[in-house]
Design a protein around this ligand. Sequence first.
Ligand SMILES: NC(=O)c1ccc[n+]([C@@H]2O[C@H](COP(=O)([O-])OP(=O)(O)OC[C@H]3O[C@@H](n4cnc5c(N)ncnc54)[C@H](OP(=O)(O)O)[C@@H]3O)[C@@H](O)[C@H]2O)c1
Length: 342
Amino acid sequence: MSAMVNRLAVVGATGAVGQIVLDEIQRQGLTFEDIRLLASPRSAGKEVEIGGKRIVVQAISPEAFNDVDLVIASTPDDVAAEFVPWAVERGCVVVDESAYYRMQPEVPLVIPEVNPDHVAEHRGIISSPNCSTTQMVVALHPLRKAAGLRRVVVSTYQAVSGAGLAAQQELTEATRQQLEGKLVKPQNFQHNIAFNLIPQIGSHRHQGFTSEEIKMVRETHKIFRDDTIHINATCVRVPVFIGHSESIYCETKEPLELDEVRELFRNAPGVELIDDLGASNYPMPTTCAGRPEVFVGRVRKDLDNPCGISFWCVSDNLRKGAATNAVQIAKLVAEQSAAARS
Ligand SMILES: NC(=O)c1ccc[n+]([C@@H]2O[C@H](COP(=O)([O-])OP(=O)(O)OC[C@H]3O[C@@H](n4cnc5c(N)ncnc54)[C@H](OP(=O)(O)O)[C@@H]3O)[C@@H](O)[C@H]2O)c1
């Protein structure tokens, strides 16, 4: 179904996620009469192309939201904290990618394949979850629906683009410097990212867990509306440009046969199963980058626990982890407003 918006604003249009939002708007057929592209004063005056038209980026200001119906926003948390109220006061509905509003009780946290019905509860703001949460929840959803979900143990291998454009540039530069034998000074990470793994994403938050790990727990509970699921996450930054990978072990409430698990993944909306170990066929960041699905492979039953299932999950963090999901939510909002008007 095509969705139509009168005036759309994309905030953070020059960023790693914002650029993909513009592509996803076209790919998913979210149509608009008019579009406004906003970013920091650094980008004001730059031209960005969407649908063959060149649009001049404007600096964000309260007046920039006058007459706007729908906003898709991908900015740092502190920026979202300031501008989102300007937009809501002017009657806009904001789909926000930042972490700032995600855990506020009146803000729905939505993955359209999982909890599309939560969109209708919004009071002006709808949040899109953290990239590592989104792909895990999309993959776990069919298993939970079929057999309940008791426990999840997840280790992530997260690409540098999860930390924005500057972090992507840092991986290129750090790799070059390291190959030239130079000392690398990290800017966007705690340590040199080239040829390295960093077992810290975010800040120290709670009992030895990082903020990213705690987000995976709390956001999953909020989306499923079930805080009885035991979730233990370890988040690791890896020197990959695009595509987060996750090793997921979960325990369902009822046992599932391996064939059933594979069938559930095969039929799940938004999931693509690539699982042929004999042919060395499984999802990897290089083969999943640029695609909107959540990819699952290496599916196994626990050797001892009849309710235990292991699998490998990869998704483009800038697509389903961010822009694809936000544009899907925006389409739901546009379709609901159209239905309310008719
Ligand atoms: N990257 C991911 O995989 C991912 C996934 C899920 C969620 N998110 C979230 O999405 C948001 C954006 O992430 P990103 O990776 O796209 O970051 P990014 O590449 O650093 O882009 C940030 C965007 O925000 C704009 N911005 C920064 N400061 C601003 C200000 N003071 N006023 C107005 N605009 C400002 C930037 O504009 P300029 O170009 O003018 O500086 C740029 O367009 C973050 O909250 C992030 O946590 C990211």
